[in-house]
Structures are given as structure tokens and as C-alpha cells.
Design a protein around this ligand. Structure first.
Ligand code: FES
Ligand SMILES: [Fe+2]
Length: 436
């Protein structure tokens, strides 16, 4: 038996058993350690380039426990500043997004330009003459800000590896998203919701290939009922695919599914009249990327988790999702729909309908997931008598497994374990096999 992650992960390789202590979902001390070892050290998704396309465009967003301003200055340079006035700390942005040449603090009225430089303050007279030249009065930039294929990330550890190296094998799957069109954009607006469950339960769930036909049976019935000529009875359609570990805790499931994809896979449910447009989208991909890659990008679905908390759902729509812990038993989730900038109104509607119907917090699948995760969290009230979760499905060491196994979830946990190893866990964990 090998323990890692501050004794919160127990691996019995010989028996093919992988278990996670339920205190990892309930402990305040573990959450604090996660903030320090994971959210303060990993590359964390900030936003998409399309959100700050115009000079002066800004987005105010909560990232890894900080308020951050993500913006583009008048010269076109992208920045990420702490959304906190250098004077006494007040949060600067009132609006969640917009266009701003300057940011003015509501408290004493200090003004900063979009490149973060201090501009002026009321009652200048009593300050030293060189007051504004010290740099100490400018907005504070995040320690690291880098981008890959239109996705901007921040890192609060100035010594971290480059984003390129951090993403590693996940880059190829981000490419599968970015290659879908000449230019992608975030569709204005987002879904914001809270789940009474630990944030890691949604990381697991976002690419859990084991639960869909059981938990989402209603959704599959619905797909069958709206698809002409689909058999109305019989087993739910099978999602066929594999999971892959991508290094640094990132992992993906890539699979085929019965639904259409706005990326170029037509569905009979959309009607014959839409077929030519979808063939056109596919044809464009084919001439740009070749048959093999076009087919993979348009026909295959991918749920990617970039450790620790970025999810890209590239399925019946294209969605970016993040989740942050508020408390051990509560998380906040944000989701954005992504689409080609030049998409037709008809296809945009299909895409947004899916964003609402399948993935939305009022849709046909996400509420199932939320209910399941909240039940898990509730189940952890029995932690003293039953302290361990099981994540053993599938052989432990294979690089590629069927998606219904749990290899991708173990990849997440192993990285969690590496990051948390320096933190002392309970000295003598009970043997997980005994479920004590
Ligand atoms: S706190 Fe911002 S100007 Fe004083
Ligand atoms: Fe689900």
C-alpha cells in the first residue's frame, strides 16, 4: 500500500485499488493547503482573448481567490492586474466587463490608466514631488500571464514553468478546439451557479465516463425522442471512447456520441434543410486540416480537464468551465459558450440551445450531476464510519483506457497528491480496504 497527498490517497497497485480519503472533500485544513499548494502555484485559466479584443476592453473576474482585471490597453497589450487599489486596497471595478481607458477608485479617487500606470489623484499637493514615479502606486500585475491558442492563464508563482510546458499533452486537445474555426469567440454572457459540494467532485464529474447512461437516462430518452427514425425503445446509446492521461494532472476523454456537433457533424434532429450548411463547415475543415484531422475535430467529442480547475467540454457544444472552492463543501461554477465568430444565426441558436438544455444549470443533464455531487457531499457526513472513496475502475497503469474506466480521474488525483505531498496529513490513515 502506497500513500500520497498527505496520506489522503491510498494506492494498492498489486490489487488494483485506488482510494481517496473523504476528508479531502470536507477538511478546512486541506482546503487551505489546496489554496497554497495548488491555486497559488498552478497555471489558472483567466479568460479568452475574444473577451478583451478591443483596446480598453476589460473583464473583472475572480480567479484563484483573487479579484483580477483582465484587459487590453490602448496600445493593444493584454494585462492582468489585481483588482485592488494600491492606496488602501479597495476593489476598483464595479462592472463585470466593459471598455475603460482608465480605472478610478471610488474611495479617494485615484486614477489608473489601462496599462496599470498611476495617472492622478485628488489633492496632489501634499505628496512628495516624485510620488508617482516610484512604481509603488501603479496597479499590481499578476506574477505571470501567458496564453495558448487564445486562452489566457495566470500563475501566482513567479518561478513556475512556462504555460507551454505546464499544459504539455493538453495542448493537443486545446488545438482541437482552436482549430474548429479561423476565429473563436466567447458568446456574451455566462452561466454562474453554486453547488453544495467540494470543487474536486466537479473536476471528477466533468470527464467521468462511467455515469452518463445511468444518471442522464432522461436526457438520452429525450435525444431519442427528438431524433427522427431513432428506435424509441432499447438500451441508451453508448458513448464509445477512451481516456488519456496528458501529464501534470491533465487528462481527457475522447469519444463518439449520437448527437450532432456544430463543429461539422450534422444530426437528423436538426432537419434535412440544415445538412448543406453542416457539410459546408465540414468541407472547410477538410480543406484546411485534411480528412483525418477534420473528421476527428468535427465528429469526436472531448471532455478535457486542465489541472486543477479548467474544463473544456467539446461535445454537442463547446464550453469552457471553471470551478472554485468557497468552502470545503461548496463551490462556485462559471461556464462560457464558445463559437466561431462567423457562425450563422441558425447554428448559433442550436449551440446556445444545447448550452441551455444539456449543460445549463436548468438543463437536462447538469441538474442531474449537481444532485449527484451534492448527494456525495452529504454522504461524507458519515466520514467517521466510512472514510474513503473508490476510484479503482480499470487497470491502474495503462496510459489509455476505455472512457468508462477511471484512469482520467486517477490522473487528476495523482497530481493532486504530488502537489499536496508536502502537507502533513493524518499520521496513521486507516487501511482503506477496511473502509474505516
Ligand atoms: S483606496 Fe483607492 S484611492 Fe484610496
Ligand atoms: Fe454528467
Amino acid at each position: 500500500m502506497k500513500y500520497m497527498g498527505g496520506n489522503n490517497i491510498a494506492i494498492d497497485a498489486g490489487r488494483g485499488v485506488f482510494q481517496v480519503a473523504r476528508r479531502a472533500f470536507t477538511s478546512e485544513a486541506i482546503l487551505q493547503a489546496e489554496r497554497e499548494e495548488i491555486f497559488d502555484r498552478c497555471w489558472i485559466y483567466l479568460g479568452h482573448e475574444s473577451e478583451v479584443r478591443a483596446p480598453g476592453a476589460f473583464v473583472a473576474r475572480s480567479v484563484a481567490g483573487r479579484d483580477v482585471i483582465f484587459n487590453r490597453d490602448a496600445k493593444g497589450v493584454v494585462h492582468a492586474f489585481l483588482d485592488s487599489c494600491p492606496h488602501r486596497g479597495a476593489k476598483l471595478c464595479q462592472e463585470r466587463q466593459g471598455i475603460a481607458k482608465n480605472f478610478q477608485c471610488i474611495y479617494h479617487g485615484w486614477v489608473f490608466s489601462a496599462d496599470g500606470k498611476f495617472r492622478r489623484q485628488p489633492h496632489h499637493a501634499a505628496y512628495p514631488a516624485d510620488f508617482e514615479c516610484t512604481g509603488a502606486v501603479d496597479l499590481v500585475a499578476v506574477p505571470r500571464l501567458e496564453s495558448y491558442r487564445g486562452l489566457w492563464f495566470v500563475c501566482f508563482d513567479k518561478d513556475a514553468v512556462s504555460l507551454h510546458d505546464y499544459l504539455g499533452g493538453a495542448r493537443e486537445y486545446i488545438d482541437c478546439m482552436a482549430d474548429q474555426a479561423d476565429e473563436l469567440e466567447i458568446i456574451s454572457g455566462s452561466q454562474e451557479y453554486m453547488i453544495r459540494a467540494n470543487w474536486k467532485l466537479l473536476c471528477e464529474n466533468s470527464f467521468d465516463g462511467y455515469h452518463a447512461d445511468n444518471l442522464h437516462a432522461t436526457y438520452f430518452d429525450y435525444v431519442r425522442n427528438v431524433t427522427p427514425n431513432a428506435p424509441k425503445n432499447g438500451p441508451p446509446p453508448k458513448l464509445e471512447g477512451v481516456s488519456r492521461e496528458l501529464g501534470n494532472g491533465h487528462a481527457v476523454v475522447e469519444f463518439s456520441a449520437p448527437w450532432g456537433r456544430p463543429a461539422g457533424k450534422w444530426s437528423p434532429a436538426w432537419g434535412e434543410q440544415s445538412r448543406a450548411e453542416m457539410d459546408g463547415i465540414y468541407g472547410k475543415l477538410q480543406s484546411r486540416l485534411g480528412e483525418e484531422r477534420a473528421r476527428r475535430i468535427s465528429h469526436m467529442n472531448r471532455n478535457l480537464v486542465v489541472f486543477p480547475n479548467l474544463v473544456i467540454v467539446d461535445a454537442a457544444g463547446l464550453v469552457i468551465r471553471t470551478m472554485y472552492p468557497d468552502e470545503p463543501g461548496r463551490m462556485s461554477v462559471s461556464s462560457w459558450a464558445v463559437a466561431p465568430k462567423d457562425e450563422s444565426a441558425w447554428l448559433r441558436k442550436i449551440r446556445l440551445r444545447n448550452f441551455l438544455e444539456f449543460l445549463g444549470p436548468g438543463g437536462l443533464a447538469t441538474p442531474d450531476d449537481i444532485e449527484a455531487l451534492e448527494r456525495c457531499q452529504r454522504g461524507y457526513r458519515n466520514i467517521k464510519e466510512a472514510g474513503w472513496n473508490d476510484v479503482s475502475k480499470g487497470a491502474l497503469d495503462s496510459a489509455e483506457l476505455p472512457m468508462e474506466d477511471e484512469g482520467q480521474i486517477r490522473a487528476f488525483w495523482r497530481q493532486w497528491g504530488v502537489r499536496m505531498d508536502g502537507r502533513a496529513g493524518p499520521a496513521d490513515p486507516p487501511p482503506p480496504g477496511a473502509r474505516q
